[in-house]
Design a protein around this ligand. Structure first.
Ligand code: 8Y7
Length: 284
């Protein structure tokens, strides 16, 4: 006798619903212009739209639009500048693709304006801990990604410390999902993320990856971002744009462990790799 089919895992993203029964890809779309002339801004929006549309064509279920770098050591960006970068991209990308647009921000004001512009998911590396963020996200109707980070981007890699990295992150994510539930979020609007590289050493990242099934078993769909991260630089001695093979390997490992959303720069390659994982599971 075969087991009954598992119920679908659904994520409610404002006016769209994404089926996470099989792992899907979130494409990374950075909009961080280095030119402040109008010409520079126009070009950066056009380039971002083209890249976003391509990632959707390649099979991304989500496009994660970010206007503030959260890389280690990165400087903060004020909310008006962040809005000028991402809102035109969200508005127009929405008309070009059926992928869910995600906004990578911690700022309540931008959560509201991005949702009005058509975003369906709020990807917050601070897990809605900024003043007013939880309320703004709740009222937006968007789904949320609650990510763990130890410290702040500028200093988080200085000396990350944990007694038990996996259990501490599980406890943090349980507390944040509980806070959201108590505020009125349905379970079907939340995903969690251990935040690879956000206040973690290589050994912490590897531990998290080995024990990812424990996070998965806690019940919320798990998103992971491993693509091109510095742990791959350490392991392979390659520059960020040469880390495709390592990134795909990590995506496969995470999907095997039960991750539902894989955040990736290289969408086509990651989608292919996940098809292999899915075929293997279907037979079992
Ligand atoms: C992650 C992320 C980044 C991640 C989630 C990078 C914005 C650094 N990494 N969001 N953002 N998870 N949810 O290397 O791992 O892409 S920025």
């Amino acid at each position: 006798m075969s087991a009954p089919p598992a119920p679908p895992v659904l994520l409610r993203c404002a006016d769209k619903t994404v089926d996470l029964s099989q792992p899907v890809v979130m494409g990374v779309l950075n909009v961080t212009p280095d030119s402040f002339s109008d010409g520079g801004r126009f070009l950066s929006v056009e380039a971002a739209l083209e890249q976003g549309a391509r990632m959707a064509d390649e099979g991304a279920a989500f496009i994660d639009v970010g206007g503030e770098s959260t890389r280690p050591g990165a400087a903060a960006v004020d909310v008006d500048e962040e809005a000028r970068r991402v809102l035109p991209v969200i508005e127009r990308l929405r008309t070009l693709t059926s992928a869910v647009i995600s906004v990578d921000t911690s700022k309540p004001q931008l959560m509201r304006s991005a949702a009005a512009a058509g975003a369906g998911l709020i990807n917050d590396v601070r897990a809605l801990r900024e003043a007013g963020a939880l309320d703004a996200a709740l009222q937006s109707g968007c789904a949320v990604c609650l990510m763990h980070m130890q410290g702040e981007p500028r200093t988080m890699q200085h000396s990350p410390r944990y007694d038990d990295v996996v259990n501490e992150i599980r406890a943090f994510l349980a507390a944040r999902t509980r806070a959201c539930r108590d505020a009125g979020f349905a379970a079907e609007r939340m995903v969690v993320d251990p935040g690879f590289g956000f206040g973690k050493t290589l050994e912490h990242n590897l531990q998290l990856l080995r024990r990812l099934p424990e996070l998965v078993a806690d019940g919320s769909p798990v998103l992971v971002g491993l693509s091109r991260k510095s742990m791959l630089g350490t392991l392979t001695h390659r520059q960020a744009d040469e880390r495709l093979a390592g990134s795909v390997a990590l995506a496969v490992i995470a999907a095997q462990a039960g991750a539902r959303i894989i955040r990736a720069h290289d969408v086509a390659a990651t989608v292919d790799a996940l098809k292999v994982v899915v075929a293997l599971h279907r037979g079992g």
